[in-house]
Design a protein around this ligand. Structure first.
Ligand code: BGC
Length: 764
């Protein structure tokens, strides 16, 4: 093998002798683990302090790595440090050729030949793009979600990457925050199941497989609770909210054996997450026994200076290293300061060793020491990227992610022939926005637009009018996305088209880059002129199907009251238009359920189904003002968590519990009958919620505790079973422990969080 220098071969042989386990046979997990730790220790012994600190350093790659080596500026410094073995990982280098070029420097030119990790934000696909994660969460289909992550890992691994900065498992209750699109929504139970599925998808059953990459649970922790939904803002939450709501999905990632964590930009109750020993050392590495490594978020070590928590970069490095941040992404602070800090006794060398051990372990587990170029195969890259099976896979999950919000007069599904369809809205022809935010490996204009998707159905005539742009001009700069257009010159064409159409499909919502990092909004309506356009078109044709493309819950009370049919189609990725067309025509019967509450107006936010009852939940006298409500809006959401219709009709009856009392060691059986009283076969997500009526801390009015997806033919009915046990009732109590408290509980089962059948039991 050409790439291996003599010393590298000697080095690798040493590990082979130590482990006798270089083949891919199935081995006992513990012995495999200990053999890795022997190898890691043997490497660690060879390293100087500087080389160890180098492993804790991650650089963004931005120069042309296949061109001449950079001679000046920051790139030259990074390049020089690479050669000295002072870099453990890179990010944003992509493509086999590029990654091979950099890996070659690490493996062939540094003293110890330690291979690099290559991280990238493969958030919902690399080049073949799946629905945004929030949309996928709406599928409630864990197998489809796992498969989507597995496809993303296979494609990303084929371009040389071995580490994704995903999944984001931040529970989010505030639709103003732009990053809600990256997560699984508002519920810790659903969020935990999805987090687990995504980790398993990215990492596979065998991390050393060439199709698996290391995953990263982020952002640890509390980031989504940024005050007022403003990105990077402070987070102040109670210990109960931290434990019961924010942390469970992170714990699920550890249970799924996630290899890395990323901390977060925010301060949490006064301590920046990056410098938070309680989070990283006590909870993550202590209580949960996480044995992977923690990477900082971009520059977040030095951001502790702006937070007012460290006076300079040296102090920031001290705080971060002591608090358990193992790798520094783009602050350069470890490289600059850690050696001095160790010499001054401010950071113990044993902590540096521990961090490096964690990082090297992941490299070994990925198989990079066996073959640092294992992901660098041009032939595989060519055969894999964008392959047909991925297109089918992302189409499958895209269909499953669509949520039918309203279907007045059974306007949907559309007849397949004889219709003149007027298609209106800039987003209807947009081939970029459906890719959503965080799809940096994909090219613009590569999504199937709704217009293209509809054209595959030849029986109807489809005519298109844009109506109005979303924003002014092109969207080169994100800042321009806030500049709404005032150009109404296309309105008349859209109105004329609507007049001459049997049915109008309006595709409205957000530009793909109006959500994501740094894109918080204070208004949750349709940006720009879209609301006005919708109302103008409605004046001439009432038969409107509103297809929403958006990355966050929107507040659309007028549309919800007025427009007969509404389809929540998010940003569905590469196959977006095909998925939407199949749903509109009934070739796929919608089965998605909202993973986040949709508000009536932005003033209700944060709004979520698992709220606390308060001391004044309601007042009997109609004129009373002294209860927890708004004087200008209902408390109720526009659409509740878990909501979604189908072309079938599901009826719930016969909710039964096997007993009225549950003992701590026992179980209770919950059964419910679900019948499809509609005309077509369909899928339904049956949801189980529980309420703990009295607690040592106040408890939510409902908490999701189980769900099951069933499929029913017309007139078919099924009995769905759930089992309740004591563990399911545990929460972080006033004792500071996870435990269940005896007392009365309510059980709810239904097709969403608001419309449920109800029963009750006692825990003894
Ligand atoms: C984001 C992370 C991301 C990182 C690297 C940061 O700005 O917060 O989620 O993984 O950049 O791109």
């Amino acid at each position: 093998m050409k790439f291996r220098t003599l010393s590298y071969i000697l080095f690798v042989s040493l590990f082979a002798i130590l482990s006798c386990n270089s083949t891919k046979t199935v081995v006992d997990r513990n012995s495999a683990k200990s053999s890795v730790s022997i190898k890691v220790d043997s490497v660690l012994k060879l390293m100087t302090l500087e080389e160890k600190i180098g492993q804790m350093n991650q650089y963004n790659g931005f120069w042309d790595v296949t061109g001449p080596s950079p001679k000046e500026g920051q790139a030259a410094g990074k390049y020089a440090n690479l050669k000295k073995g002072l870099v453990g990982a890179m990010l944003n280098v992509k493509g086999v050729k590029e990654i091979r070029a950099i890996q070659k420097i690490a493996v062939e030119e540094t003293r110890l030949h330690i291979p690099l990790l290559f991280g990238f934000d493969v958030i919902h696909g690399y080049k073949t793009i799946s629905p945004i994660p929030l949309a996928e969460a709406a599928s409630w289909d864990l197998e489809a979600i796992r498969n989507s992550a597995a496809m993303a890992a296979e494609e990303a691994s084929a371009v040389g990457l071995n580490w994704t900065f995903a999944p984001m498992v931040d529970i989010s209750r505030d639709a103003r925050w732009g990053r809600v699109m990256e997560g699984a929504g508002e519920d810790p139970y659903l969020g935990s199941k999805i987090a687990y599925a995504r980790i398993k998808g990215f990492q596979g059953d065998d991390l050393s497989s060439v199709k698996s990459i290391a995953a990263c649970a982020k952002h640890f922790a509390g980031y989504a609770f940024a005050e007022a939904g403003r990105d990077y803002n402070s987070v102040d939450v109670s210990e109960a909210t931290l434990q019961n709501i924010i942390l469970p999905p992170f714990k699920a990632c550890v249970d799924a054996d996630v290899k890395t964590f990323m901390n977060s930009f925010n301060d949490l109750n006064g301590t920046p997450a990056t410098g938070n020993a309680y989070l990283q050392r006590k909870i993550l590495k202590g209580d949960w026994g996480f044995n992977g490594f923690v990477v900082s978020d971009w520059g977040s070590i030095n951001e502790m200076i702006a937070h007012g928590y460290a006076k300079d970069s040296k102090e920031a490095a001290t705080i971060a290293a002591n608090a358990g941040s193992d790798m520094d992404m783009e602050s350069y602070s470890y490289l600059e300061n850690l050696a001095t800090l160790v010499k001054e006794g401010k950071v113990k060398e044993s902590l540096v060793d521990e961090a490096v051990r964690r990082i090297l372990t992941v490299k070994f587990e990925l198989g990079l020491f066996d073959n640092p170029y294992k992901y660098c195969d041009e032939v595989r890259e060519k055969e894999t990227v964008g392959k047909a099976a991925f297109q089918e896979g992302v189409l499958d999950v895209a269909k499953k992610s669509i949520v039918l919000l309203k279907n007045g007069g059974n306007l949907l599904p559309l007849a397949k022939s004889g219709l003149r369809i007027g298609l209106i809205g800039a987003l209807a022809a947009d081939k970029t926005s459906p890719l959503g935010s965080w799809r940096i490996g994909a090219d613009d204009n590569t999504a199937v637009s709704v217009w293209e998707g509809l054209q595959k159905y030849k029986g109807n005539q489809v005519n298109y009018a844009k109506g109005a742009d979303l924003t002014v001009g092109q969207t080169k700069f994100v800042s321009e996305l806030h500049l709404n257009t005032t150009d109404r010159s296309g309105f008349q064409e859209a109105i004329d088209l609507a007049k001459s159409s049997d049915v109008v499909i309006m595709v409205l919502g957000e530009h793909g880059l109006q959500t994501g990092e740094g894109r918080s909004r204070t208004d949750l309506g349709l940006p720009g002129l879209q609301q006005e356009l919708l109302e103008e078109v409605f004046k001439v044709n009432k038969k409107i199907v509103l297809v929403l493309n958006n990355g966050r819950p929107l507040a659309l009370p007028w549309a919800a009251d007025t427009i007969p049919a509404i389809v929540e189609a998010w940003q569905l990725g590469t196959q977006s238009g095909n998925a939407i067309a199949q749903v509109l025509y009934g070739d796929y019967n919608p089965s998605g359920k909202l993973p986040m509450t949709f508000p009536r107006n932005v003033g209700q936010v944060p709004i979520y189904y698992n709220y606390k009852n308060t001391g004044r939940p309601t007042m009997n006298e109609p004129e009373s003002v002294f209860w927890s409500h708004y004087s200008d809006s209902s408390n109720k959401p526009l659409y509740p968590f878990g909501f979604g219709l189908s072309y079938s009709k599901f009826e719930y009856s016969n909710l039964k519990l096997s007993a009225g009392t549950l003992t701590k060691a026992g179980t209770l059986d919950v059964t419910v009958t679900v019948k499809n009283s509609g005309q077509v076969k369909g899928k339904e997500v049956v949801q189980l919620y529980i309420r703990d009526l009295v607690g040592s801390t106040t408890r939510p009015v409902k908490e999701l505790k189980g769900f099951e997806m069933i499929e029913l033919a017309p007139k078919e009915e099924k009995t769905v079973h759930f089992t309740i046990d004591e563990k399911m009732l545990q929460f972080y109590t006033a004792n500071g422990k996870w435990e269940a408290e005896s007392g009365d509980f309510k059980v709810f089962v239904g097709g969403n969080s608001a419309d449920t059948l109800e029963s009750n039991f006692k825990l003894q």
